[in-house]
Design a protein. Structure first.
Length: 94
């Protein structure tokens, strides 16, 4: 089966296609892709992973055509972003 591996930084995005046997897991796909060598900052004990936007576990079994995603940690509280923009003088209304 063929699956994709996606990882994105603000300045760079990566996509890997990998061939795996039936019954392969997210962990198998990540290992086969070689992404951890290109992005050594990825720590699978800290970074969450998922399939098509749904968080999953490393031992989740994949299906042909799945997109495995490696998520970066959130660096700011999304609830405070609008407050910071407003405090900075951004008065644009939606």
């Amino acid at each position: 089966m063929k699956v994709g591996i996606a990882y994105a930084l603000p300045q760079r995005q990566a996509w890997f296609d990998v061939e795996l046997p039936d019954g392969a897991t997210i962990q198998d796909a990540i290992n086969r892709s070689g992404i951890l060598k290109q992005f050594p900052e990825i720590d699978l004990e800290k970074n969450k992973v998922g399939i098509f936007g749904k968080v999953g576990k490393l031992d989740a079994v994949l299906n042909d055509g799945d997109r495995v995603e490696i998520y970066r940690p959130i660096t700011c509280d999304p609830k405070t972003v609008p407050r910071k923009a407003k405090a900075a003088g951004d008065t644009a209304e939606a």
